[in-house]
Design a protein around this ligand. Structure first.
Ligand code: GLY
Length: 354
């Protein structure tokens, strides 16, 4: 310890860390919280980034990191707030169901320090798929469990099977089904009720870097609303929905999963950063590739995508950025406060002739 200031810093962070070990109950923690080094020895500016629905996630994860928690434990506990929130109909409990009215959840995560990954797809009846993905990462020699096997695995670790449909998400599904086809056997809804013409997508991604420069990433979703049963999007695909390399950075995505899968967007964005791009530029470059690879039917007459896609990224030093096809926002905690910021974007508005 070089000087008196460092010693004071150290004692203060040690005290915080010790208080944290007692205060934070982290299910299946990667490791117990431990004291932070003094700020003079920090390798990175601690930062947590998330999609626009992740304001509470970045606050929770940042607080945990400053209490000495592991980087993956922090982001998982952050996104669990959305998974458990019945009002977020894009994630976990209350997520919009598939065409059969069944909620099928996808999630993946990566842990920079141990270079491990875990994922679950088409998971039914478990509210927090991000936590199950962490268990796959921590306890198995596999990376990706799906369907019944993923559920059985979760139940074996004490998760409870629950009904994930809320009255609101069931109502939304009934409404979609009633307007599916004028010639089918379902009753049509009154004209006064709006018809869902485009299936909503939603998701939460969260990425963090600690003062020690350790990174992690997680993405969790209920996927595309009214999807064909069995469909998995980008979120549970390591390298697409999220990616993390402890030497370079972490990145993740929300929006139209099929378009992200085509470019392995999480991985590609981290590779752009590895080659020296700033996080925002890395996200924009990945989006340009997405547009280049888009099939004609997904583009308007003047070549603009008919869908939205967003990327979020942080590098090893704690620099961050996010970009979208069309204007959007993201959540960030950069050590000052949790706040929403506008994403950089490729197009100002959807094409007029769309
Ligand atoms: N990005 C979420 C999904 O397409 O499922």
């Amino acid at each position: 310890m070089p000087d008196a200031l460092s010693r004071r810093d150290f004692l203060a962070s040690a005290a915080v860390g010790l208080a944290a070990s007692a205060a934070v109950d982290i299910p299946h923690a990667m490791r117990p919280p431990r004291p932070l080094p003094p700020p003079s020895r920090w390798a990175a500016r601690p930062v947590v980034i998330s999609s626009g629905n992740g304001l509470r996630a970045v606050q929770k994860a940042f607080d945990m990191i400053m209490q000495g928690a592991d980087t993956l434990d922090a982001v998982i506990e952050g996104v669990k707030i959305q998974e458990l929130d019945p009002k977020d109909n894009s994630v976990g409990y209350g997520g919009l169901p598939n065409a059969d009215g069944v909620v099928q959840l996808d999630a993946s995560c990566m842990h920079g320090p141990t270079r491990r990954a875990g994922a679950v797809g088409c998971l039914e009846g478990i509210k927090t798929p991000s936590e199950v993905a962490k268990l796959v990462l921590k306890y198995t020699n596999h990376i990706f469990l799906v369907g019944e096997g993923a559920k059985k695995f979760a139940l074996s670790y004490g998760f409870k099977e629950e009904d994930l449909l809320t009255p609101e998400s069931r109502e939304a599904w009934l409404h979609w089904r009633a307007n599916l086809n004028p010639n089918d056997n379902y009753l049509d809804l009154p004209d006064t009720m709006s018809v869902v013409v485009q299936a909503p997508t939603g998701t939460i991604n969260c990425d963090a870097v600690t003062p020690q420069g350790d990174l992690s990433s997680v993405t969790t979703t209920s996927g595309l609303a009214w999807k064909i049963p069995g469909r998995v999007g980008d979120s549970p695909i390591v390298g697409a929905g999220e990616y993390c390399d402890n030497d370079a950075g972490a990145a993740g995505s929300t929006g139209r999963g099929e378009s992200n899968i085509m470019v392995c967007g999480g991985f590609l964005t981290v590779e752009h950063m590895r080659r020296g791009m700033k996080p925002t530029d890395a996200c924009l470059e990945t989006l340009r590739r997405v547009v280049t690879l888009s099939e004609k039917r997904l583009l308007t007459a003047d070549g603009k995508p008919r869908y939205q896609l967003n990327f979020y990224a942080i590098n090893k030093r704690g620099e961050y950025g996010a970009a979208s096809l069309y204007p959007s926002h993201f959540a960030i905690h950069d050590g000052t406060q949790a706040k929403l910021q506008d994403t950089a974007h490729l197009y100002d508005t959807p094409a007029a002739n769309d």
